[in-house]
Structures are given as structure tokens and as C-alpha cells.
Design a protein around this ligand. Structure first.
Ligand code: NDP
Length: 289
């Protein structure tokens, strides 16, 4: 069987480059002589993975020159108390971005909480106003994971015009905004959005020039499903029983079939954090003039 030279797309390297550019901008832009950009991270409860994610985001802020403050609320926080916290952050003129770490404890309604983040500080891009701006092609914060994927594709020189992209997964946080970004004017992909009710997924994948897997099922997409030479972006993060982290694509099978593929870990994950930093810096620039 013919195998292809497959490029590993390093999200780690591309994100480091972006973070370096943001750091320089914070050091040099006149507006940031007044103060550094600032991110408020709100963490409710003690869900271990959320604590790790928030710590990673705070570390990334520090390394980039962004101030960050953690608001750690107890598991017993009520919906109203959470809303009060978010609204006080909306009113704080020194805060440029609010990150509400998800998932919230089961008794709290995430959609209701997100409505209490001011759209001008919605650096995760998940407020319905931000999503509406994306849908209607207006400027605004874009959700970090799909915008990180777009940044990766651009930086890797993947040409998107006239290509057929298949996105597997239709969540609000990844799949749906991903499909919209790929179909936007300028990217110009023709997009198919697949989900758990999609029939004949392997055949559909074989027609994808660009395949974005965001379904949350370990190594679900097999190498034999791929169109030779396609570009494969694996958003999935799945922890196996032995602690190993794998993506939604069987990486070893895909390598040699795809022309380029993102690894897990070290692919999309670091891009998500980098885009959160970028959104925070962009927000601060607007606020500080
Ligand atoms: P969700 O569980 O919210 O959505 C999963 C989507 O995949 C749903 O639309 C679901 O369809 C679809 N799906 C599930 N099973 C199948 C199947 N067998 N065939 C086709 N589609 C299927 O997940 P998220 O979007 O939040 O996350 C997806 C993955 O990406 C996870 O592994 C998550 O950990 C990872 N992730 C990674 C990030 C990063 O920074 N790298 C950031 C965010 C998420 P239906 O709607 O019909 O149920």
C-alpha cells in the first residue's frame, strides 16, 4: 500500500509563536503602558480537571504578560450568587475578559450563567450575542477551540478555498462554530456537519479534504475512513483507562494516509488556550484604546 509523507501539525509550536507575538504586543503597545490586559477566571467547585485547566490558563496568562485573577467559588454556590459574581466582574473596569470554567456543578445552569457575562468581556465567545455575531458575520469574540483550529490551518498554509470540510460533532462550543468559521467568506470551504445521527460516516469522511473530529470518542475515526492526502484536525481529548490521552482519530492509522494531522496531546489543546489569550488582549486593546 502506498503511504504518504504526513506532516504533524504542531499546535504546541503554533501556539507558542502566537503567544510570543501577544507578549511582544503587550510589552510594546502604548495602550498597555496604562495597565496589562486582565483575565478573571471563575471556577465553581473542585472538579479536578477544571482546576487543572484553570491553572494552565493562569500560567499561560502569566507567561504572556496578562494579569489574571481566580475567583474560586464553593460547590454550594447558588445560581444567583454566581450571577452576582459575574456581574461584579462586568462592572470592574480593570477586567477585560471573563472565563467561566465549564462544566459547572450539576445544580447550576450554564446557559443562564453565560447570559450574565457581558458580551464585551466574553472572551470564550459562548454568549448568544457572540455566537450571533459569528452567525451574522459581524466582528466579535469567536469560541476559542474552533478559532484556534482556523489559526492552525492558516499558519500551516492549508488552502481551504473550494475544499470540502467535514466536521464531526455539533456542540455549541466546538462543532457548530467550527462549521460556520470554515464556511465564512474568505475560508470558503463547503461544509458538512456530522453528528451521532449521521448515516454512513466512514463514506462521508472519505469525501473530506479537511476532516475535523470533535465527537469525544477515543480513536473512533479509522485510517481507512480518510481520503488520501486529506488534512485531519483532531479536537478530541479522551483519557483511557491506563491514563493515556488520545484523540478522536486513530493517529497511527491516519499517519501515512493524511497529508497533515494534529497530534493529541500537543495539537488543538494548546491553540485553545492561545486564542483565549488573544481574545483577552483584543478586548483590552478596545478598552484601553
Ligand atoms: P459534546 O459531547 O458536547 O459533543 C459531541 C458531539 O459529537 C455531539 O454533537 C454528538 O452528536 C457527536 N457525536 C457523538 N458520538 C458520535 C458518533 N458516534 N458519530 C458522530 N458524531 C457523534 O463534546 P464537545 O464538542 O464539547 O467536545 C468534543 C471533544 O473535543 C471531546 O473529546 C472534548 O474533550 C474535546 N474538546 C477539546 C478541546 C480542546 O481544546 N482541544 C476543547 C473542547 C472540547 P449529537 O449531537 O447527536 O449527540
Amino acid at each position: 500500500m502506498l503511504t504518504m509523507d504526513t506532516v504533524k501539525i504542531s499546535g504546541k509550536e503554533i501556539s507558542q509563536q502566537l503567544r510570543g507575538e501577544l507578549k511582544k504586543e503587550i510589552e510594546n503597545a502604548i495602550c498597555f503602558q496604562k495597565r496589562a490586559p486582565k483575565l478573571a477566571a471563575v471556577l465553581v467547585g473542585a472538579f479536578a480537571p477544571s482546576k487543572i485547566y484553570v491553572a494552565a490558563k493562569e500560567k499561560a496568562c502569566k507567561e504572556t504578560g496578562i494579569a489574571s485573577q481566580l475567583y474560586q467559588l464553593p460547590e454550594s454556590t447558588s445560581q444567583d450568587q454566581l450571577h452576582d459574581c459575574l456581574e461584579s466582574l462586568n462592572l470592574d473596569p480593570t477586567i477585560d475578559g471573563i472565563l467561566l470554567q465549564l462544566p459547572l456543578p450539576g445544580h447550576l445552569d450554564e446557559n443562564q450563567a453565560i447570559l450574565h457575562i457581558h458580551p464585551d468581556k466574553d472572551v470564550d465567545g459562548l454568549h448568544p450575542i457572540s455566537l450571533g455575531r459569528l452567525l451574522s458575520g459581524q466582528p466579535g469574540f469567536r469560541p476559542c477551540t474552533p478559532s484556534g483550529v482556523m489559526h492552525m490551518l492558516h499558519e500551516t498554509g492549508v488552502s481551504m478555498k473550494w475544499k470540502h470540510a467535514v466536521v464531526i460533532g455539533r456542540s455549541t462550543i466546538v462543532g457548530k462554530p467550527m462549521a460556520l468559521l470554515l464556511a465564512e467568506k474568505g475560508a470558503d470551504c463547503t461544509v458538512t456537519l456530522a453528528h451521532s445521527q449521521t448515516q454512513n460516516l466512514p463514506e462521508l469522511c472519505q469525501k473530506a479534504d479537511i476532516l475535523i473530529a470533535a465527537l469525544g470518542k477515543p480513536e473512533f475515526v479509522r485510517g481507512s475512513w480518510l481520503k488520501p492526502g486529506s488534512v485531519v484536525i483532531d479536537v478530541g481529548i479522551n483519557r483511557l483507562g491506563d491514563g493515556k490521552i488520545v484523540g478522536d482519530v486513530a493517529f497511527d492509522e491516519a499517519f501515512g494516509v493524511a497529508s497533515a494531522i494534529t497530534p493529541v496531546p500537543g495539537g488543538v489543546g494548546p491553540m485553545t488556550i492561545a486564542m483565549l489569550l488573544k481574545n483577552t488582549v483584543d478586548s483590552a486593546k478596545k478598552r484601553l484604546g
